[in-house]
Design a protein around this ligand. Structure first.
Ligand code: HEC
Ligand code: HEC
Ligand code: HEC
Ligand code: HEC
Ligand code: HEC
Length: 433
């Protein structure tokens, strides 16, 4: 608080100087420049007044990183028990810096101005992606070369900070007893999120911003990232203790829900299934429409996947013979074990973008991938149409059950790692003929 007071006094003095010399009081240096000695405050400090924001943010994946176990274990190439398993970044590059720290611990990477080893970033006391990190960002520049069709996603090239007492956000008239405030247009734009939700490696391994931008420019998507991931609404209330009551329509929840949240995932897509029967057999038609995201479905992280599973049987529950050929079967990435959730080889379809190494190892991360095994993700407002063929039941009617399931990681990887993952069932439809 002492430092705070000093700065307030400093600002008042600068203000008085302006008045004294009769010029317009422009924003003083202290409020706009970046203070390299500034120490980020922790989320709890901000949360002592911004309780709702802290509560929301603590439940998000961004609020957890770099302590998110899945991230750490995929980075360190260890399983849930902490045993080395050769799957992940450190198996590929055992020592030295990497880009992983950039987006997962941006504060200390920007201090360094170059890539760091995650271990070092954590040792340097990174606060992860903190309230104070985001709210002292001054600008984000998206750097894209249309000739090479490549982005430059190095964080220190994209982000300009203004570390200090001024908290930047979407309000034009905010007054806080604890910090200064400044209206910041970049906080209301998708480009703000682009700093980390695009990752140009050999491949564009995260392409959420790119995919959103293409759809937005075409008018297919009308909302920004914030409008879907930081929803407004609820009753009128103050934004902070000591602040005025504001309309709910101005207040942004800090959930950042994504692939780990069932309610969010269920908003993403709708499925329509129909079955027909003729002398050749039973045909099941499935349409999956990406009706609710602003980017591909599933999203960017190369481990995410969506699967359609078809079970067709006769009136007695006896499975109907599948006659549609291999392309109507799910790949091993849908699960290779013996459990009821292992769908590899079953009738269905997968929507995903798994990365693979030269030797065909999949799934892998962007760090050692050299090709994309396939990209069947569904673009915004587009519909994927799939048809499946079965023989007719010997007698009686046929029943087809069609499920649409979302997984935040490929099941064989989840099994090897010993991670906990529930299937999110987006739709489960029964068709009788
Ligand atoms: C350009 C920024 C950026 C870089 C660089 C980056 N990540 Fe990430 N990482 C993200 C974002 C954003 C997500 C969430 C993506 C999504 O859900 O679409 C994520 C998600 C993940 C996840 C999934 C976590 C979960 O719980 O589902 C893992 C694992 C991961 N990253 C590992 C790594 C590793 C290992 C590296 C370095 C080789 C790395 N990341 C480099 C931005 C980055
Ligand atoms: C002592 C209470 C208090 C603390 C602690 C506090 N704030 Fe605030 N903050 C406020 C009040 C009050 C407002 C104004 C609310 C309004 O006008 O509706 C505000 C406004 C803001 C705004 C809006 C700025 C704008 O122009 O859009 C941001 C962003 C913000 N705070 C971030 C933070 C961050 C980050 C921290 C921690 C480093 C923090 N606050 C700590 C009380 C506090
Ligand atoms: C400093 C980098 C950074 C910025 C800026 C950033 N993100 Fe993220 N985001 C991440 C990382 C890293 C993760 C993954 C964390 C993990 O799982 O360990 C993530 C995760 C997410 C997730 C959850 C993904 C999932 O599948 O659960 C959502 C949604 C999200 N971010 C949305 C946004 C939005 C919207 C913005 C802009 C307002 C934004 N992010 C800005 C780095 C960032
Ligand atoms: C990943 C970056 C990010 C993080 C982390 C983050 N915010 Fe925000 N915050 C934003 C953005 C972006 C907006 C503006 C959204 C818009 O206007 O579209 C915002 C808006 C706000 C506002 C203005 C009021 C409102 O509801 O719009 C306050 C206050 C605020 N955040 C406080 C916090 C606090 C406190 C934390 C930590 C608990 C936090 N933020 C964490 C990006 C972030
Ligand atoms: C029209 C609403 C909408 C817009 C706009 C939108 N999203 Fe999403 N997003 C969703 C929904 C719904 C999901 C859940 C489905 C999913 O996880 O694939 C999602 C999922 C995500 C995930 C997790 C994806 C995964 O499967 O790995 C991330 C990260 C994310 N969004 C970031 C962003 C960013 C960054 C932007 C802006 C560039 C953005 N979103 C724009 C609706 C939206």
């Amino acid at each position: 608080m002492k430092k705070q007071m000093l700065i307030y006094v400093g600002i008042i003095c600068v203000g008085l100087t302006f008045l004294a010399i009769g010029s317009k009081p422009v924003v003083s240096q202290t409020t706009t420049s970046d203070d390299p000695h500034y120490e980020y405050m922790d989320n709890e400090t901000c949360g002592s007044c911004h309780e709702e924001k802290l509560h929301d943010y603590q439940s998000s994946m961004m609020g957890k990183t770099p302590n998110d176990k899945v991230f750490q274990q995929f980075y360190a190439a260890v399983n849930a028990k902490g045993e080395a398993d050769g799957i992940g970044f450190r198996a590929f590059k055992p020592k030295g810096e990497s880009d992983c720290a950039s987006c997962h611990t941006p504060d200390v990477v920007l201090d360094a101005g170059h890539e760091l080893a995650l271990e070092d970033a954590i040792k340097k006391g990174s606060n992860g992606i903190s309230c104070d990190y985001c709210h002292t960002i001054k600008d984000v520049k998206v750097i894209y070369n249309p000739k090479t069709q490549r982005y430059d996603t190095r964080l220190w090239k994209m982000v300009t900070r203004a570390r200090g007492e001024v908290k930047r956000g979407p309000l034009k008239d905010a007054k806080s007893p604890f910090h200064q405030t400044k209206f910041s247009p970049i906080h209301t734009k998708s480009e703000f999120c682009a700093a980390c939700h695009n990752n140009q490696e050999h491949l564009l391994s995260l392409d959420t911003y790119d995919s959103w931008k293409k759809a937005f420019d075409k008018g297919v998507v009308k909302q920004t990232c914030q409008q879907c991931h930081m929803p407004t609404g609820g009753k009128d209330r103050p934004i902070a203790i000591g602040g005025p009551v504001r309309p709910g329509s101005m207040i942004h929840r800090h959930f950042f829900h994504g692939g780990h949240n069932a309610d969010m995932v269920k908003k993403a897509a709708v499925m329509k299934a129909k079955a027909f029967s003729d002398e050749h057999g039973l045909t099941v038609h499935v349409d999956v429409t990406n009706s609710g995201t602003g980017h591909t479905f599933p999203g960017a992280a190369t481990l995410r996947n969506v699967i359609v599973v078809i079970d067709a049987m006769d009136a007695n529950g006896k499975p109907l013979k599948h006659i549609g050929g291999k392309k109507e079967l799910l790949p091993p990435l849908a699960g290779i074990g013996k459990s009821a959730r292992d769908f590899g080889g079953d009738v269905g379809a997968m929507f995903a973008r798994p990365f693979a190494t030269k030797k065909g190892k999949a799934p892998t991360g962007g760090f050692n991938a050299d090709h994309i095994l396939f990209d069947t993700r569904i673009r915004p407002q587009e519909t994927a149409h799939r048809v499946f063929h079965f023989s007719k039941p010997d007698s009686g009617h046929a029943v087809a059950r069609v499920r649409l399931i979302y997984r935040w990681a490929f099941k064989p990887l989840v099994d090897k790692k010993g991670w906990k993952m529930d299937d999110i069932v987006i739709a489960d439809q029964k068709l009788e003929l």
